[in-house]
Design a protein around this ligand. Structure first.
Ligand code: PGD
Ligand code: PGD
Ligand code: 6MO
Length: 823
């Protein structure tokens, strides 16, 4: 695409935005145009199908320009975010050219680093940019070895089995000699490490007891810190959006739904649920209060506890207070969590009096000591004795990727591999240079403490000394906590390379920025439904790359070529060769399962392959086999049972993760003397974005207040501070300050501010430490410690702050347009 064409794109963009994006247009059948990889875009209009984290969609393309997006006719509940997908292709924040930070271009890796983030970029040719990148990887590998390269590169890259940029960066680094990676994720950092000790598997990413079973059998459905109406809009793969009809069907039964959440969620409203708002970060205390009532009233299931669990006897003295003199009764819990003791007792009786499903979200483990929340939830469910029964027990993923939507009888589509680190390479550099992988949320700790030691799940390892950081498919300057500390720590890095499609805060911090295509500018394919696996969908190229953007695959191929390793990287296969070979592998697996698979060409033309859902999967009950026979079907824990007490964790002797579920107040718990600031910051996931994705689009207009990220404030807190709805407000603590727009509403509990994660960081003066963030990145306020030595997860949901009406001249928001030289 030429510069002239780009200019015409931005001219026409605004026009088609107004005419497009009507979700009412669901059902307009796409006449799928078969698309070849090298197809040139003809004049005229066509409809092309692709897929994204937001769903399968049909895009109308006119004279090579995407002009209208419509959800797939088979999508039962398209997300209101879909219009942002179209806008993200042409938005003013799009990266069009390879750019290098001026000072870096002039002085290389020894350049001053203070001007990082100040957007002083110089446009360079692709050849120049690729030379810089290839030479720098080689320099660092030669001088310092693979342990000096961090390419953990966490993030929600786009779906697609081939253009999987995080796998591609790993593949590149493996081909070129090795790198340091990241372990775990930001979503379930604490839960996915504790759960294997408790139930023998990650659990957070497991299929749930199916929705039809809940509809038929559950009496009380509890959404504990879970808002599926909001969070099931998206999927790690391509969403099936199956949960929405099930929620509707559940509601139609008229059965009880309870939402335990400091925010009156969309789910609570939709389901006419009883809303209980505990003080944030105190759920473990509330659960203990319920557990104590169950025990003291004899409502706990002793048979279940003795047959299916280990260690209740060791937990019991803590619960009753025999161990420490403090009974964890309803009155005790009430003082901590703010829910009246009578209500806590009532919940215990209600839960024990019928079939109860405790469906938990993940925010409560994205907090200091977050391991305890899900451990205590499982313990509570074990005391109720309903785990493994139809409609009872606990579920940790009903709010994610439409968990509980029955799984189809299909196959998994394989993806391009990462080429694995060669075994000769690994031990040598590992032995001398520290961990080859760090817990993913310890990245800043790692940069601050080269050669420092860290604990993780029973091991002690050494942080490597990182010189080069390479990021693709993630936005660490949105997702990581304590932004000001992070900006400072990042200055220790000699070179920071980023591939991005958008001028995110991360791209702005880079020394070398390479423009990546979006999924809509390349061919790929992906599965529908992380849990339901309903089928495979073709993600067809919609338009030619914008500006000089290239796919991550092409960029890495070119870098490997410069270092003489192109064939190892590409295996001499083109985009379409890869898609066909991955499809053929799935097709032969399908053959062995007796599933009829069309040829690749037929699939590509039709746009999808959809599978049948067997009746048995509609009746799936999680843990049913274990319940049926715990000896024949033991869990993967040391005892084969649900571990309420873990000897493995006991052996670790961690002061911040005791061997049974324990209430420990997080630092910055509001209302206690040691906490300086009075308001809790609820940094939950945004309703109209996927993290930071689509923040740069027109969708922002649907929620921004005076151009800033909204901060929801309870009317009492607002009144105390003279704040009115729509005011610009400064939210601040000792770590930083952000400008936001006040939304005064009793949707949030008193004492709790809600500012969703993913707002683009936009420091008013990037050269000044702690400068006011003009748009509203909540991670300016959060703190950066591990949940505990066990999991080292992030604590994105733990922070206290205060808010005041902003007076004076507000700084301009600059982050949504490209830096001047990049236009
Ligand atoms: P995204 O905004 O999705 O956030 O953090 P994550 O980094 O995943 O960023 C993905 C980036 O990848 C986008 O900038 C997008 O443009 C880019 N991208 C997409 N596709 C491609 C591609 O094909 N190639 C390249 N090169 N780039 C691509 C999310 C993380 O945030 C998560 S998962 C969670 S659960 C955490 N949640 C919280 C929280 O609850 N509270 C706080 N305070 N903080 C959090 N941070 C975490
Ligand atoms: P959150 O919105 O952070 O989502 O799923 P997760 O469940 O972690 O939190 C859920 C609820 O917990 C919120 O309603 C919040 O108010 C509540 N909450 C916060 N603190 C507390 C507390 O102390 N106690 C109680 N009881 N409740 C509390 C995140 C999941 O969503 C993940 S990990 C990803 S990567 C995806 N991200 C998005 C996204 O960015 N945007 C949308 N629309 N959907 C997503 N789905 C996925
Ligand atoms: Mo997540």
């Amino acid at each position: 695409m030429t510069d002239k064409h780009l200019a015409s794109c931005s001219l026409t963009r605004r026009r088609f935005l107004t005419a497009s994006t009507s979700l009412a247009a669901v059902g307009m059948a796409g006449s799928m145009m078969p698309m070849g990889a090298t197809r040139a875009f003809a004049a005229g209009e066509q409809k092309i199908q692709s897929g994204s984290h937001w769903g399968v969609f049909n895009m109308t393309v006119k004279d090579g320009l995407a002009v209208k997006i419509e959800p797939w006719e088979k999508d039962p509940h398209p997300t209101h975010q879909l219009p942002g997908v179209l806008d993200s292709m042409y938005s003013a924040s799009r990266i069009k050219y390879p750019m290098v930070r001026r000072s870096y271009l002039e002085n290389g890796p020894k350049a001053e680093r203070d001007s990082r983030g100040a957007s002083d970029f110089v446009r360079v040719s692709w050849d120049k940019a690729l030379d810089l990148v290839a030479n720098e990887i080689k320099r660092v590998q030669d001088e310092s070895g693979p342990s000096a390269v961090f390419a953990g590169s966490y993030g929600w890259k786009s779906p697609g089995k081939f253009h999987n940029c995080r796998t591609l960066v790993a593949r590149t680094m493996n081909v070129l000699g090795g790198y340091v990676s990241g372990t775990g994720d930001y979503s379930t950092g604490a839960a996915q490490v504790i759960m294997p000790h408790v139930v023998g598997g990650l659990e957070v990413y497991s299929q749930q007891t199916s929705w039809p079973v809940l509809i038929d059998n559950t009496d009380t459905l509890v959404f504990w810190a879970a808002d599926p109406m909001k969070t099931c809009q998206i999927d790690w793969l391509i969403p099936d959006h199956g949960v929405y009809d099930y929620l509707k069907a559940y509601k139609a039964t008229g059965k009880k739904v309870i939402c335990i959440d400091p925010f009156h969620t969309e789910t609570a409203k939709t389901m006419d649920a009883e809303w209980l708002a505990p003080k944030p970060q105190t759920d473990v205390a509330m659960m203990l209060g319920i557990a104590h009532t169950l025990y003291s009233e004899g409502l706990h299931d002793e048979d279940f506890l003795s047959t299916y669990t280990y260690g209740f006897d060791k937990f019991l003295p803590y619960l009753t207070g025999d161990a420490d003199g403090t009974p964890k009764d309803a009155e005790w819990a009430s003082k901590i969590c703010g829910i009246p003791a009578d209500k806590i007792k009532e919940l215990a009786k209600l839960f024990a009096g019928g079939t109860t499903m405790l469906a938990s979200g993940w925010s409560i483990q994205r907090m200091q000591y977050g391991e305890q929340a899900h451990w205590m939830l499982v313990t509570l469910a074990a005391m109720l004795g309903q785990i493994g029964t139809p409609g009872g027990g606990f579920g940790l993923s009903y709010h994610y990727c439409s968990g509980g939507t029955p799984t189809a009888n299909g196959v998994s589509l394989p993806g391009i591999g990462d080429g694995k680190q060669s075994s000769e390479n690994k031990p040598e550099w590992l032995a001398s240079s520290g961990a080859s992988s760090i817990p993913v949320a310890r990245v800043v700790d790692m940069l601050e403490n080269p050669r420092g030691e860290f604990d993780f799940n029973g091991t002690r390892a050494t942080y490597p000394d990182i010189k080069l950081v390479y990021w693709v498919g993630g936005n660490p300057f949105a997702h990581h906590q304590d932004r000001n500390r992070m900006v400072k720590a990042w200055k220790k890095v000699e070179t920071f390379i980023v591939h991005e499609a958008q001028w995110t805060a991360t791209a702005r911090q880079a020394d070398i920025v390479l423009p990546a295509t979006t999924s809509y500018e390349r061919n790929d394919m992906e599965q529908i439904g992380s849990y339901s696996n309903q089928g495979i969908v073709a993600m067809k190229k919609i338009v030619d790359p914008i500006g000089e953007a290239r796919s991550d695959f092409d960029i890495f191929s070119a870098i490997c070529a410069k270092l003489g390793k192109e064939a190892e990287f590409t295996e001499n296969k083109s985009e379409m060769d890869w898609l066909k070979s991955l499809y053929e592998t799935a097709s032969s697996t399908a053959g062995t399962k007796g599933i009829d698979f069309p040829s690749f060409d037929d699939f590509w033309e039709a746009g999808s392959v959809l599978y049948e859902v067997p009746q048995a999967n509609k009746e799936f009950v999680r843990f049913a086999e274990f319940r049926d026979d715990p000896l024949l079907n033991p869990l993967g824990t040391p005892t084969g049972l649900i571990e309420i007490y873990s000897k493995a964790i006991e052996r670790m002797s961690y002061d911040d993760c005791p061997p049974h579920p324990t209430w420990m107040p997080a630092r910055e718990l509001t209302g206690v003397e040691s906490t300086k600031y009075p308001l809790h910051v609820n940094a939950s996931h945004p309703d109209a974005r996927l993290h930071s994705q689509l923040c740069g689009t027109e969708l922002r207009k649907t929620y921004a207040i005076d151009g800033r990220e909204p901060c929801v404030i309870h009317p009492d807190d607002a009144a105390k501070r003279g704040i009115s709805d729509g005011d610009l407000v400064r939210v601040f603590n000792d770590r930083g300050q952000i400008l936001t727009g006040a939304r005064v509403s009793d949707d949030t509990a008193p004492g709790v501010l809600r500012v969703s994660e993913g707002g683009w960081y936009d420091p008013a003066d990037p050269l000044k430490e702690g400068s006011l963030d003009a748009y509203g990145d909540v991670n300016v306020l959060t703190f950066d410690v591990g949940t505990s030595k066990l999991a080292q997860g992030n604590c994105g949901h733990s922070a206290a702050a205060d808010v005041e009406k902003f007076t004076g001249t507000p700084p301009a928001v600059n982050v949504f347009t490209a830096p001047a030289a990049a236009e």
